[in-house]
Design a protein around this ligand. Structure first.
Ligand code: SF4
Length: 692
């Protein structure tokens, strides 16, 4: 008899839509809509609906692989052989190059339990400081800006259900209609309720088409745009002086910085006409409440932290923060983008958002782990810096849940660095482009085959539940880390039961900024998710942050003075066009999973170069013609897609594909000095016809 239907969550993006999985006769599962989960109320995008296809053994790894000879291919191996090879590879490198000769690279899709265990494994078993993860490429600049201003970083400090009830939303650099379609209804309902929607995006996306006002700045100028709006807020007497005086600090300096950005100057920098700036200010300030929501557009820049800080300053000056139905929020991207950054797989963090260089934090976590705090390594390199150090200072790498050959900036260089390693082990569900380079590939279980928690973009901790028996030959990431730890001398401390790991994670996070101490698997199921912070089992959880005080020592939000600066790479005669990158609705991140789903592949079979008709004419390409996009880092070729929905000085490429059309061959790894976010969204390119 088939088991009962299981309630769980989608394996892909940060919305973490609820769904039911119904067993099928052939041992698989079907997705059935689940209308009672408040975030998506039954709606799913094509990725969620087709997610079971990746469970099929036809498209995935079902046994370990080893490269037995340096010049040979990957060959089947037993688990015992594979784990021993990984343990030997890591041990050998550690012996010859020291603990920091070994690196660990994680992912924002890993469950909280996996992210926690991976960080603990790196710092205890390997003793390395060299651990970071692909979430660094996602929203790290927003996280840094959030922490500076509010004292803690939670993507949205309010639940999504508040969005339709606010007066005005300024959505900056987010194409929700493609990245998380079920969330679009929050904006539709906002407008049905009489609220205003302003969308800031260099492209007239499907999301921008919903807006009352679409502003299309030059890529890389969102910071100047926010400063120009703040200038107008001041000059038009729209500052909420009472809020600024009673709930913030640092206004004088932030005000002075904004006042040097005259609207006419901002128009010159951004290309946005002054009347549009005024219209946006009127919409935002005429409403009784308002929100600014950012995503990768302003965040993936070499000034991402300052850019997000400028939008936060706009919220603070207008009293749109720390009040009901108002605030700043970041729309996190990856499935566990929020939880993935809280539990210790970041280069500078310990679980509970604790800082690795804080003696008290080290003592607390070391106490939970039963070790001397002095044995914990210090902060390590950020994600791109770590990838760039491969084969040089870092000689061996253990990688889980990431595919940097496709998703990292300057990807051809990163690919070369990966190839130059003495030893590479990859745990994944499919033979991704990165796994294909490995010395050992460990096939692991995925969402519907295992239990574990994720934390969605609202800070709502959720439980994904096992609904199906994994194929023989795969193991969970927790089992992999348990096995490796044992081979490397740590018989204890790395349990394979996710609930046991979660209970330890709760203790490790207790008293930290992201406090999970009061959250249990039982509560998550009974309450359909619990919002952190939740410091004890009697605490109801915290859907809305900052209503009484901000999480700073004095309880006040901090203005951070910021000024416009140019992108790391400006256009010039040789490279006269700006490239910006992003996603399409039917693919997810590096495409490792979604490119293996026939329905999604049919809908989005390959990369393209979106460009304006005037630019196409100048370059000499017609719709569908192959066009080469060339940056200082390489060349990518994809068919032209010609549309007036993009600025004539800008081209767009989605980044989901490897090979000739790999957009990240072109992107610039210039890093934001605060968050170490690479500049995915802006680089200078030239276009050439690539037809025969
Ligand atoms: Fe999954 Fe995100 Fe699509 Fe929801 S919107 S079904 S979470 S990919």
């Amino acid at each position: 008899m088939l088991a009962a239907t299981t309630s769980t969550h989608c394996p892909y993006c940060a919305l973490q839509c609820g769904m039911n999985l119904r067993p099928t006769e052939d041992g698989g599962v079907d997705v059935v809509e689940r209308t009672d989960f408040p975030v998506n109320r039954g709606a799913l995008c094509g990725k969620g609906r087709t997610a079971p296809a990746v469970l099929s053994s036809r498209v995935r790894l079902t046994g370990p692989l080893i490269r037995r000879h340096a010049t040979g291919g990957l060959e089947p191996a037993t688990w015992e052989e594979a784990l021993r090879a990984v343990a030997d590879g890591l041990r050998r490198t550690r012996a010859s190059h020291g603990p920091d000769g070994v690196g660990v690279f994680g992912g924002g899709g890993l469950t909280n339990e996996k992210a926690y265990t991976l960080g603990k494994f790196a710092r205890l078993v390997l003793g390395t400081s060299q651990i970071d993860y692909n979430g660094r490429f996602c929203m790290s600049s927003a996280a840094a800006a959030h922490t500076k201003a509010f004292g803690v970083d939670r993507g949205l400090p309010f639940p999504l259900e508040d969005v339709p009830r606010t007066g005005c939303v300024i959505l900056v650099g987010s194409n929700l209609a493609e990245t998380m379609p079920p969330a679009l209804r929050y904006l539709t309902e906002l407008r049905e309720n009489g609220g205003k929607l302003v969308v800031v995006d260099p492209r007239r996306t499907r999301t921008a088409e919903q807006a009352d006002l679409h502003i299309a700045p030059r890529p890389g100028t969102d910071l100047a745009l926010a400063l120009g709006l703040l200038h107008l807020v001041v000059s038009e007497g729209r500052v909420d002086e009472g809020f600024v005086a009673s709930r913030t600090t640092g206004w004088a300096d932030a005000r002075a910085a904004a006042m040097s950005h005259w609207p006419a100057l901002v128009e010159r920098i951004t290309g946005v006409p002054v009347p549009q700036l005024r219209e946006a200010v009127a919409m935002f300030c005429d409403a009784e409440s308002g929100m600014v929501l950012t995503a990768r557009g302003p965040e993936q820049q070499s000034k991402g932290t300052d850019t997000v800080g400028a939008w936060i300053n706009l919220c603070l000056a207008t009293g749109r923060a720390g009040r009901p139905l108002s605030g700043y929020g970041c729309l996190t991207g990856q499935g566990n983008g929020q939880g993935g950054r809280e539990h210790g797989q970041k280069a500078d963090q310990l679980p509970g958002y604790r800082k690795l260089d804080d003696p008290e934090a080290r003592a607390h976590v070391a106490g939970v782990w039963g070790v001397d705090p002095d044995t914990l390594p210090g902060p390590g390199r950020s994600a791109y810096e770590l990838l760039d150090a491969l084969g040089r200072d870092v000689r061996a790498l253990l990688l889980m849940g990431s595919n940097p050959v496709v998703s990292a900036p300057r990807a051809a260089h990163v690919e070369e660095r990966l190839k130059s390693l003495d030893f590479l082990a990859v745990a994944d569900v499919v033979l991704s482009e990165t796994a294909a380079l490995a010395d050992v590939v460990l096939p692991v279980t995925q969402w519907a085959e295992e239990t574990g928690t994720t934390t969605n973009l609202e800070g709502r901790v959720l439980l994904r539940r096992r609904a199906i028996t994994p194929p023989e030959g795969v193991r969970s990431d927790l089992e992999v880390l348990h096995g490796l730890a044992g081979l490397l001398g740590w018989e204890k401390g790395f349990p394979t039961d996710p609930e046991e790991v979660f209970d330890e994670l709760r203790r490790a996070s207790a008293g930290g900024a992201a406090d999970y101490a009061g959250i249990s698997y039982r509560r998550i199921v009974e309450e359909d998710g619990v919002f952190w912070p939740c410091p004890d089992p009697g605490h109801p959880g915290t859907p809305r942050l900052f209503l009484d005080r901000f999480a700073t020592p004095d309880g006040r939000a901090r203005f951070v003075p910021v000024t416009h600066r140019a992108s790391a790479e400006e256009t010039d005669e040789e490279y006269p066009v700006v490239l910006t990158t992003g996603r399409v609705v039917s693919q997810y991140q590096s495409g490792a999973q979604t490119r293996r789903v026939a329905e999604l592949n049919a809908a989005a079979p390959g990369p393209f170069v979106e460009l304006h008709p005037r630019l196409a004419e100048r370059v000499g390409v017609a719709e569908g013609d192959p066009v080469a996009v060339v940056s200082r880092r390489g060349r990518a070729v994809a068919p032209a897609r010609i549309t007036t929905a993009i600025r004539p000085d800008t081209v767009f490429m989605p980044f989901h594909w490897p090979g000739e059309g790999r957009a990240n061959t072109l992107t610039n790894p210039a890093l934001d000095p605060t968050s170490k976010m690479p500049e995915f969204k802006v680089c200078a390119v030239r276009l050439e016809p690539a037809g025969g």
